[in-house]
Design a binder for this molecule. Sequence first.
Ligand code: NAP
Length: 524
Amino acid sequence: MTCLAIPISAGGVTAACGRIDSAAAAGAELLELRTDYLKELGTESVKKLLEYAKSTGLPIIVTCRDKAQGGAGDRPLELRTGILLEAIKAGADFVDCEYENFLAGDTQRKLTKAIAENKKTRLILSAHDFTGPFADLTKLYDDIKAASSQAIPKLVYTPGHINDCFEAFDLLHNTTGDVIVLCMGRAGLISRILAKKLGGFLTFASLDEGSSTAPGQITAEQMKKLYRWDYIDTETELFGVIGNPVAHSLSPALFNACFGERDINGLYLPLLVEGQKSRFNQFMDNIIARSWLGFGGFSVTIPHKAHALDYANAAGEFVEPLAVDIGVVNTLKVGIGPRISGYNTDYAGARDALCAALKIDKHGLHSKTCAVMGAGGAARAVVAGLVDVGAEVTVYNRTVAKAQALSEEFKCRYAPLEALNQMDAQVVINCTSIGMYPDVDATPVPAECLKADMTVFDTVYNPAETLLLKQAAKAGAKTISGIEMFVRQAMAQYKLFIGTDTGEPPEKIMRKTILSCLSQENGV
Ligand code: NAP
């Protein structure tokens, strides 16, 4: 069982006791008393703190971290060792000593003797690298086990890239017995969450945003509510969004809420893949080489959508033909083998949103006159989906050459944005970023161009009701929010990832989650 450990870091005993209560209430499964944070560090204060922490009934680690390995104060080794010896005597479940310091002076002799006399306590021997990965992670693990076969090795390093996390996963996968392997920083985030699936002894999560004790530590609340901590086990199927940036993606909240609603043993992660195609390919190769990680599929976003298409083409199971025409995939499904299939759910999401609002099926779009503003990625998907069913499309774009190129590719018309006041369209679709938060007072279409017999669709989903949609509603037009497209492309992804054995995708929970995330993001 992997424990969710909350570090207690406070300058005084009273404040630390308050944080112990809060950590227990927040669902801590283990407490780490970071005594190095105490301003007046001494054996008496540590004993008091330990007694208080023991009253929670939770297992306790006592740590007095060396400043050289991320500790809060610059204390001599003798004092730090003395604190650990006192903690052992006072019945701490675990004491954490840096492996390097364990080997220094007579620390090893003293700690080994104290633990032999107080068998309740186990030793954690830790190593931290705040600058990069260890030179040889497996050797370090072996060295620690050789120094103390009973100790729990704790190896924490800083990956330069998410691809550096895989050696941590390999170590967790290949070792039996208790071990802690975590990666710090934003590239290491997934290692903190996956510790439970991979059987690590513990992971750390902070009590609140301001009290993390290492880079990249997320809060216990995020771990439990957003990343489904209580439901992760060795069988949990993994999914995630590959992109850069991904920190603000709504997809983890959306899919994890769906898994909760449907009681599905799944977990959806933000997968920050920095760099370009070679980094993306390495990431995918790492995943494919480790079927035991249990990844079932990925959403793919900027800048990797075209890389994903190439990867799916090369890994060759199936690539949706329209995704090939569009030139990007936003969904990869991991099949048996494992082989990879590629899909584009953006065009289907946009088309489904339009059809639902007009109460028609996709063939009902045949011959409809559509004005599409924009010639970027979203416009490509929308135009491809519309032309595919025979709609009459005109592309309007600020950079006319891009509109021309898009229209030549998909056999439709084009015009500059300025020509919008002469447009004669039944359906108007904004695929530019104009009007997106925080520029909520901007609109791509002059209000006087909007007519009551139009259907106006804004793919921008933040805010849910853009100025364009407000003005269209005022003109009496039918309006469609970008949220509809977002939800419908996510529903299509959900079907690819999960299938429909457990029912149709939970649309209501998707909508509710997106609206709640957007209102938090915009401080509404
Ligand atoms: P993109 O590839 O960067 O394209 C941006 C487009 O917006 C280009 O056509 C660009 O014109 C135009 N543009 C940007 N700023 C402009 C300005 N100030 N004046 C005139 N034109 C401007 O971006 P994308 O991926 O297509 O995304 C565009 C929007 O679609 C985003 O805002 C996003 O909210 C929305 N979207 C929604 C969903 C959904 O599920 N609802 C999915 C994908 C995207 P130039 O060519 O002249 O630069």
